[in-house]
Design a protein around this ligand. Structure first.
Ligand code: SF4
Length: 369
């Protein structure tokens, strides 16, 4: 099932106002002959009122709106396709950037949470062997504005009263949680990701609490150390997928550079500095990394860490040798971890029929176009 909301198409000549902080926006508007207070007005339309275009900014002079429409943008992503799951609790969007690159973002509705999974890069350099995004390699880093734009797109989506409710229950109207778990490795695009996170958490801008945001990394240890020194209390999730180097290197080749003990040492330093619980993600693949022996090995590795394990039956990619673990095997794996005192959840797979796994919609669309 598809739903679309219209957004203007950005061109490479247009200046994206989402790349500017408030001071830079004020400078830009000054060059257009505008008074000092104008920047705050535009800022609020973007971050508080979720305007999708300049025409909506009704307290701006008409001539300014026309000028901005011609030379600037606040919506640098062009929607290529958007699909809503049968249960109407998951929406996946494929966006095109001004240079033709494509990225994905997924909105998932839980009872009171509206969790948005966003991308940090177009493609990814990490080469995880079970991942659709890895297959095309890294095209480029996303800019801060392109990262923020994914959130604003769904903020507009949720706030739009003209769209039907996503589920039979009350219509949610705001993004409550963000996970950087879409395409790309966020710690491989550190500076841009952090600029975007500051904007998203700034009370004057999008204003989401840092604790409602989780950054998921494949385990770039220096980036984890850097993150530990940040003031923002962004949550950390580390994708382990295996409890030993031999298996992990097969699944996550970057493990050659950052072996599992090095990653866990960085996590220990992170916990010591921040006192925050870390999530370990583990994509369960049938017959590959889901045996009871591996569960016991994982439990031994994680003993004593302030952590939580999130088991995710893999979203299968067509033609891949990796297939999801059965529910029974996932439950058995989880129980072994719990019996060893490791808090563990099995995450619901969302939106399988809409290619909701990272990189899957992009792959499906590029194969049919
Ligand atoms: S799983 Fe994540 S880190 Fe690994 S290749 Fe895919 S996008 Fe990159």
């Amino acid at each position: 099932m598809r739903m679309q909301i219209a957004l203007p198409t950005a061109t490479s000549e247009q200046r994206s106002l989402l790349e500017m902080d408030l001071a830079q926006l004020a400078d830009y508007l000054t060059t257009l002959g505008q008074p000092g207070f104008r920047a705050r007005q535009v800022w609020e339309w973007i971050y508080k009122r979720f305007a999708g275009d300049f025409a909506a900014m009704t307290n701006l002079p008409k001539e300014l709106r026309a000028r901005l429409e011609a030379e600037a943008t606040i919506a640098p992503l062009r929607l290529v396709t958007e699909i809503v799951s049968r249960d109407r609790d998951t929406v996946k969007a494929l966006f095109q950037l001004h240079d033709g690159q494509t990225i994905e973002a997924v909105l998932m509705l839980y009872d009171e949470r509206r969790t948005l999974c966003i991308s940090s890069q177009a493609g990814c350099a990490m080469g995880c062997t079970f991942c659709a995004t890895a297959q095309g390699g890294l095209a480029r880093n996303l800019t801060p504005g392109e990262i923020v734009a994914q959130v604003l797109y769904f903020a507009r989506y949720l706030a739009d009263p003209s769209l039907p409710p996503m589920t039979a229950v009350t219509r949610p109207t705001t993004v409550t949680n963000i996970v950087l778990m879409g395409m790309g490795e966020p710690l491989h695009n550190y500076a841009n990701v952090w600029t975007a996170l500051r904007r998203l958490t700034d009370a004057d801008a999008f204003g989401l609490g840092a604790r409602h945001i989780t950054l998921s990394t494949v385990g770039l240890a220096p980036g984890i150390d850097r993150m530990a020194d940040e003031e923002l209390q962004i949550g950390l999730a580390v994708s382990l997928h295996a409890p030993n180097d031999e298996l992990r290197t097969q699944l996550v080749p970057v493990n050659k550079g950052y072996p599992i003990d090095e990653v866990l040492a960085a996590v220990r330093r992170y916990i010591a500095k921040t006192n925050r619980r870390v999530t370990f993600e583990y994509a369960l693949m049938a017959g590959i990394n889901d045996t009871p022996a591996l569960a016991q090995e994982l439990a031994a590795k994680l003993q004593g860490l302030l952590c939580h394990v999130n088991l995710i039956p893999l979203n299968p990619i067509p033609d891949s040798k990796y297939q999801p673990t059965s529910d029974a095997d996932a439950a058995r794996f989880a129980q072994i971890l719990r019996d060893a005192g490791i808090p563990t959840t099995v995450r619901l797979r969302r939106g399988i029929e809409i290619n909701a796994g990272c990189g899957q919609l992009r792959r499906a669309v590029s194969k049919t176009t």
